[in-house]
Design a protein around this ligand. Sequence first.
Ligand SMILES: [Zn+2]
Ligand SMILES: [Zn+2]
Length: 161
Amino acid sequence: MSDVKPRDEHAGGCACGAVRYKMAGPPMFVHCCHCRDCQRQTGSAFVINALIETDRIELLFGRPEPFAMPTDSGRPHDVYRCTTCGTAVWSDYGKRPGLRFVRVGTLDDPSEIPPDVHIYTRSKLPWVTLPAGTAAFPAYYDMKTLWPAESLQRRHAVSKK
Ligand SMILES: [Zn+2]
Ligand SMILES: [Zn+2]
């Protein structure tokens, strides 16, 4: 018998451990966003967002609370944070209760979920070199041409709720 604990796939949490979650299965699509909002809000070069149905996020511990963020576009953006340490674990963009953007950096192993697309590269920091072979766009992009059919179906099902 092995004493190695099986690692939970796509599990993550905040810095203090008060919030722990697990994504039930793979995300629909993964954005690496280089927009100014994401840079400002994270204090970094970009953010990695895994798009997934809210009901596929299993809260194992704690409950992050929404914080309304101002955006350059004026569209609503609620960032869900641990109320103890303030770590942002996911976002609701545009008041869509069925859809969450999970911050991949909060996963126990962020390398499990590489970006499918780089967006808003017009404000990408000049020293960030993007990998050849991953789609990249100066601003947003057309989901219908880029997403796998199964992911589009899942996204459509969220819209109907
Ligand atoms: Zn915390
Ligand atoms: Zn962004």
